[in-house]
Design a protein around this ligand. Structure first.
Ligand SMILES: NC(=O)c1ccc[n+]([C@@H]2O[C@H](COP(=O)([O-])OP(=O)(O)OC[C@H]3O[C@@H](n4cnc5c(N)ncnc54)[C@H](OP(=O)(O)O)[C@@H]3O)[C@@H](O)[C@H]2O)c1
Length: 251
């Protein structure tokens, strides 16, 4: 990949105000893309605009709002669409959840991936476009302290796979993939979850994190998304993401 591999293209990143999404927005801008960052926190998006300058366009919106998805895709018609926005689940065991807390990641994460994916297929985006949805390693293992999080993230992986099949069937030339990052304390969501799972195991956070291995950073997440968008041979549909990089999910 050259450093300007995405020069002249537009990328839309949901959940760009912090965490992985911010790292992804920065990496895509560094690869030459004009980046449109979507999130609710106007001040954080403004900070990112100060950092990235004119290559970054902040859009304050709820990514789960289908009207926002339609407006943003109509206006920017991105070559790269990263569906990263996600709610931080309430860290409690299943019987201490209510249906409303249990289903939060369905209302936000799944609803947003469903809505934007649907728009991308119906529009459709230009042939050669890439849509990457953020699932989670929890989709493979469960998330006993995070309500419906793991099931929601598994469904996101399914939606990306269904969309890939529809793109193939209709010869749209749009690549749909999902990424399953490992748990990391380097973001707000991951720090809260790490603390809860450490407490449940009765160990301190440092001990718990040691068991997870090297820490995945937002910068590494950004590099991985650029790699998926521009690198050759990335045709597997779903990838695990750790500090060691991307690896195809087996079945
Ligand atoms: N960190 C981990 O360990 C980990 C592991 C596996 C998967 N993931 C997934 O990776 C993605 C990013 O997580 P993160 O760890 O970077 O979390 P984070 O630091 O909490 O950031 C979440 C981002 O999503 C945005 N967001 C949340 N609800 C939104 C909404 N309704 N509309 C628009 N934006 C919304 C937030 O922006 P505003 O609050 O400004 O709207 C923020 O930019 C999530 O989908 C998460 O499930 C994370």
């Amino acid at each position: 990949m050259t450093s300007q591999a995405l020069s002249g293209t537009t990328a839309v990143v949901t959940g760009a105000s912090r965490g992985f999404g911010r790292g992804i927005a920065v990496a895509l801008a560094q690869a030459g893309a004009r980046v449109v960052g979507v999130a609710r926190a106007r001040d954080r998006l403004a900070e990112l605009r100060d950092q990235l300058g004119g290559s970054f366009t902040p859009v304050t919106a709820d990514a789960a709002d289908p009207v926002a998805a339609g407006h943003i895709l109509d206006e920017y018609r991105p070559r790269t669409l990263v569906l990263n926005a996600g709610a931080s689940p309430l860290s409690r065991p299943v019987h201490r959840q209510t249906w409303q807390t249990f289903s939060r990641n369905w209302d936000v994460d799944v609803q947003h991936v469903f809505g934007w994916t649907r728009e991308a297929l119906l529009m459709p985006l230009e042939p050669g476009s890439t849509v990457i949805a953020m699932s989670s390693g929890a989709a493979l293992r469960g998330s006993p302290l995070s309500g419906g999080y793991a099931g929601a993230k598994a469904t996101i992986r399914f939606i990306a796979a269904y969309a890939a099949a529809e793109s193939e069937r209709e010869k749209l030339g749009i690549t749909f993939m999902s990424v399953l990052p490992q748990l990391t304390p380097a973001t707000g969501l991951g720090a809260t979850a790490s603390a809860a799972y450490a407490a449940r195991q009765g160990v301190d956070i440092a001990t718990y994190l040691q068991g997870l291995g090297p820490e995945l950073t937002p910068e590494q997440a950004g590099a991985a998304i650029v790699d998926l968008t521009t690198g050759p041979g990335r045709d597997q549909g779903a990838y695990l993401l750790t500090a060691a990089g991307l690896s195809p999910v087996q079945s």
